[in-house]
Each structure stands twice: as C-alpha cells, then as structure tokens.
Ligand binder design. Sequence first.
Ligand SMILES: Cc1ncc(C[n+]2csc(CCOP(=O)(O)OP(=O)(O)O)c2C)c(N)n1
Ligand SMILES: [Mg+2]
Length: 784
Amino acid sequence: MTQALSKFIRAADYLSAAQIYLRDNFLLSEPLRREHIKPRLLGHWGTCPGINFTYAHLNQAIIKHDLDMMFVLGPGHGFPAIQANLFLEGTLSKYYKNITRDGAGISTMAKQFSWPYGFPSHSNPEAPGVILEGGELGYALATSYGAVLDNPSLIVACLIGDGEAETGPTATAWHLSKLLDPTTNGAVLPILHLNGYKISGPTLYGRMNDEELKSLFWGYGYDPIFVDAYTATDPHVVMAEAVEKAVEAIRFTQHCAKEMTLKENPRWPMIILRSPKGWHSIKQIREKRIEDNHYSHQVIAEGALHNDEEFRLLEEWLRSYRFEELFDGKKFDADIEALIPKADRRMGDNPRAHGGGLTYKPLNSPSLDGYATKTTCNLDDPICGEVSSMEKIGEYLRDLMKANEGNRNLRLFSPDETYSNKLQAVFEYTKRTFVWPHREWDKDLAWDGRVMEMLSEHSLQGLLQGYVLTGRHGLFVSYEAFVQIVASMADQYAKFLRIARSVPWRGTIPSLNYILTSTGWRQEHNGFSHQNPGFIDGVLQRQSCFTSVYFPADANLALAAFKRMMESTKEINVLVCEKRPLPIWRTEEEAVADVSTGISIWNFASDEDPHIVFAAAGDYPTQEVLAAISIIRGELPELRMRFVSIASLTGDGLGSSGAPISHEKFKEFFTEDKPIIINFHGYPQTMKQILFDYGCTPERVHIHGYEEVGSTTTAFDMMVRNRVDRFHLSMEAFVFAKKAGLIDEATATRLIDSLQERLDIHREYIIENGDDPLEITNWVWHSR
Ligand SMILES: Cc1ncc(C[n+]2csc(CCOP(=O)(O)OP(=O)(O)O)c2C)c(N)n1
Ligand SMILES: [Mg+2]
C-alpha cells in the first residue's frame, strides 16, 4: 500500500515540477541542458508535494469506499499539482484531446503550463473538476460547504493553506459546520495544510502546537485528526488511517443524525497535515534553507538558467523522482494505475463541478398573476395604495421554494436580515438552518431550513458560489452598503464565469443573484456608514454580456425583474430595491415589458415632441422625477417633457442583459439632441461610464445621484443633500429651458428662487420638527 502511494506521489511530484521547469526533454531521457529549461520560470512549487500526497490518499479512500468526492483546493497557486493529478487520472485527456495520456501528452501539458496562450498558472475554469480559482485566497472552505448542501452523498475534500487559514473569510467559514444538517446534506472534509509557511515567513497556525489547534478547532465544531509527516515513521500509514477515520466519522455522524440518535452537537472530522513545504526537493542552496522553509514557496533554484550550482541541483532533484521507473514512455506502473478511481469517481471528473446534465434543473416558477398589484398610481388616484417590493418578493420566493420542493435546489442566503429586509413570508414555508443548540424561544430555526443566515457576507458569498457552480439556485440578499464586503469575491466570481461560459464541457448553471435592499436612500436613520451604492460599479464594469443591475421603481417591476433573474442562467444579476411601501406605477404587463427591454417611455408622464428628457433608475429617484414633472407642469405648462424609465443597466450599456440598446435606439428614447436629466440610484460616475459609449456630453446630460453626502437626517433631506430631490431636478429643468430660449432670464430666476425658498423652508421645518413635512411624505401623482 505504502509503496503504491509513494510511487503515485513521486509521479505526481515529478509532473508538477516538470510543468514549472521544462520546455523540452520532458522525460529526462537525455542529460538536462539549459535549453530544456523554460526562459521564464512561473509557478509555485512549495505547496505541490502536500497536495499530491493528499490527492493520492483521497484516491485510495475513494476506491475503497466508492466515495462520491470532489476536491477543492484553496491555494490555487498549487495548480501544477492539480493538473498533474488530472493527467494521471486520465481526466485531462478526456477533456483535452491534444493531451494524450502518454509521453506526448506529458510534453504538451508541461510545455503549456504557465506559457503564453497555454494553461494558466493557477486553478481555473478550463480545468475539469475545478470550482474555485483560488488566486485570491480564503474562499475554499465556504465554497466547499456550498457544494455539499443538498448533495447528501457528496464529500468535498477541501485543502486549505495554513497561510490561507489566516484570512478573515476562512476564519469565519469554519463555523459553517454548525449550519449543516447531516441528514440532508453532504459533508466537507477540511484538510488544513500545515506546511508551516506562506510566501516569506512562517504561518501563525504552523507555530501552534497540537493542543492549541485542537482547542481552536473543537470550538469551531471539529475533531481534528493530526498527521505529522515530521514524526511519523511512515506518513502514509498515518495519513491513510486519518482519511479512513475521517470517512468513518462522517458516515457515523450522518447515520446517527438520520436515526436521531446524535447525543451532542454534530462534530465533524478534519485533518491537520503537518508536512514540510517543498517536501522532497532541494534542501539547501548556499546559505538558504529551501525545503521546509518559505523559500520553497515559488520557484526554487530560480537561477538555474545561469548558475551552474543551481542547474546541477535542479537536475539532481528532478532525477531524484526516477520518473523513468514509473512511466516507461507509454504507460504508468501498475501500482499507479491501481490508485486511479474508476471513471465516474475521479475527483477531477465529478459531474457536479461542471453544471448542466445531472446537476442543473430549471426552476419551476409560478406566474406573477397572484402577486402583482392590480391598481396603479399613474391615473391620479390618490388612494392607489403603496406596496413593499421586498414583501412581494418574499411572498413570491416562498411559493418558488414550495414549487421546487422536490428538487431541493433553491436557497436563500442572508446575513441575519431576512426579517429586516422584509422577506419574512418565506418563514411560512421554511426556516433558518441552525444545527447547534436551540432554545425554546428561538424563532424560525430548524436543522433543515432553506434559509442560510450567518453574519458573514464572506461565508454567504462562498456558500452561494459553491451552490450555484454545482448547478443549484440561490439568492443573496444584503443591505446595499455591506455587500461591498464581498465586492472582491464577486469580481473573482465574474472572472471565473467569464471563462467558464466559453468552456464547452461546462454545462448550464443558474445565475448568481443578489438583492440589495435597505438602500442608502432609506438609511437616513442609520447614517453615513449605511449609505453606499458602490457594489454595482464593479458589476457593471465587467464590460460583458452577462451582468445586469435591475432598478425596479415599484413592486410590480421588482417582481418581474426577480422572476427574470431567477430564471436566467450563467449571469450575475443584482436587483436593487427598497423594502418600504412605495406607489405602484406599472401594471403587471407593463412591468414585464419594461424589464424585458430594460428601458421604456412612461406615457402618463410624457408629452409629444419633448423639450427635455427626464430619466430615472431606481425607486426613490423615479418618484422624485415624477414629482418634479408635476411641479414643472404646474409652473411652466408649456415646457414639454418625456420620462424614460431605466429598469436595468448591463455591463454592455443601457437596456436588458444580452440586448443593450444601440445608438440608434438611444435616440428613440432620448431624442436626437434634447437635454437629458437623469436621476440615478447610485453614484453619478457609475451612470457616466455607461453613457460615455452613447456619445453623451456633459453639456447635454446632467446626472444626479448619490454624491457621498450622507448623515442621520430625514428621508427627503437625504435626497435634498444629494440633489436628487424634486426641487433640484425642477431647477435644473428651468436652467435648461432658459438655455434653450424657452423662458427668459427673469422667469427662470423667479422659478428657481421660489424652489430655493421651498428648500430653505424644508430645512427649517425638519430642524424644528425632526421629520419631513406631510406634503412630502404624503405626495401623490397628479398628471396636471
Ligand atoms: C487574499 C490574498 N492575499 C494575498 C495573496 C498573496 N499570496 C499568494 S500565496 C500566499 C501565501 C499562501 O500561503 P499558504 O496558504 O500557506 O499556501 P502554501 O503554503 O500552501 O503555498 C500569499 C500571501 C493572495 N493570493 N490572496
Ligand atoms: Mg503554507
């Protein structure tokens, strides 16, 4: 057993090193020469031996127990090891016909690694079995937990770097074990890779003793199994026992949970593997200790091209694997072959990692009929009523969960905000998952709930990524300001998706969907810290056909956008909407049409042949523009206006996902040359970057938006301070009217002064009374 494992690992180690160093003489069939070495040595060696050691042992357990297992690698820079194993197990050849499982295939793989137009240096979506890039460290554990949700037979072996373990996202993700119902989900087997070092120094975990580590991880919900390659007589024996014990412990916990005989909190196994960084490689170069030190992190003997001693050490090291004994030029040694799981059990070819096929099932989504509001406010009906978009989405989501109950493929992820964000209707159907002790007064908790609540945006984002990349549907609902915490994770996901979309064997997966609510405009009570519409910037900057941000102005639009984004695939969607009740402007049919085009003219607030075009994206911004149109119609009836509603923006421009409007279409909405005043939910710059492509000049287009003027004040004052309120918008229209010669200077001054006076009165009023005047809070639309 030990011999087979060490042969397998020797082969994998050699193939990892060959990828980093060799551009020729891949099997070392002749003496190494300088021209055989890559001119630019790009890769990370130190982590590879530990990965190969782990992979081989997992293979052994898979074969023995017929395990359904995936491998998630935290430190994505260990990709040479992943690729070596994909090659050994035959998965690489399955997906890349040019990489045959022979000498020629080894040459192509090694040459193409970290090579221009070849394979990337890090894990990537073009590699089979990969659901995490791992370039930005910290997300492996949460992603793994996402993959095992609702996959009861699955075990995800998750290898976490000890440097990676220092990150905030990893530190919090350990707790996810406490949300994992063992009866309905699979299990994560975390393997903490204690190779002791990161790039240039020791890791904190590496310098903790076993007792300290045990206490820490016990509290997190684990019972660590230690494998110490420094002290073990034969590390293979210890590791094999550890994996065996871990698999048994997982099965035992799952069994007891199903039998309802668990006496205490479920406690999951994890493996803590102490092994030297750069294990089995060059020990020392001059004064530098290489193996078992941070100097092995990247390329060792990096001067080999020019330095004789390093060249000699490199050849000696590569030959030390005696690869020729393991591979005869055509096939691998029988012991190695015996450690390769059967075709449908290979970790690199677990179908769950590739979407489509067995993993993805479209949602059964109810029609909007039962949820949309029938009465609209655009007909001068002062009792039209107000409706909360989030409450409506909550009702719809509740029934969406019900409709997909049998598939168990839809979950809501939220940092402690399901109630606060008004989605409580979902609790009529499901609960919040929580496995550790419940108290009798706890509300809406269950072992098996479809709502994942944890006050860690990082953990939720990681969970969602793991869930979606394995073909299931999810929704992340966050306070708008705090979703910024995961902006970088979302960026990394967008990069992954961008490439994954063009990989032919990656099938359909649902979109990654966000709702941003409790938006800055209604955080007047929480103040400046809670006001930040910046997340959508990064999403829209992706300049691609797969990102959309929806700005529904009412609950009907919100429902239409929500249904659309939940049904979509392979996209990133953000829906920005308020939770407080707001007027309904659009019928269900109009809302569906608006959302499908992403942009529309609202006739009830528009005149023929306008002098000025108003546009709005967002609920409060829309309300203020409509109020401004009312004011202007009262003061200057001869000024003709049009109102354009922007229901969505995409990475490609104005409009709906995959179909941004063209320059020609832009003119149909915004006219050839008339001034445009845009009232935008987010930062004006965000809108500016989109309009630039439509040739809009600052003289023609004025954008109002959040100008980073926030505080604890009244709701209307938030808008006044950022000049997105009806009075500032009206003033701007009068300035344009004067410029266009539609009114004279004196009229413009009179109109603007009177609005300024209303602003002054408003300010005095709120300082005196602490709230907005009723004429503002009770405003209703009147067309004339
Ligand atoms: C979030 C993040 N911060 C910093 C880095 C830069 N970086 C790359 S590798 C590395 C050290 C990783 O150490 P460890 O997780 O122990 O990996 P291993 O020892 O297995 O190579 C760092 C800091 C990164 N990739 N991601
Ligand atoms: Mg390390």
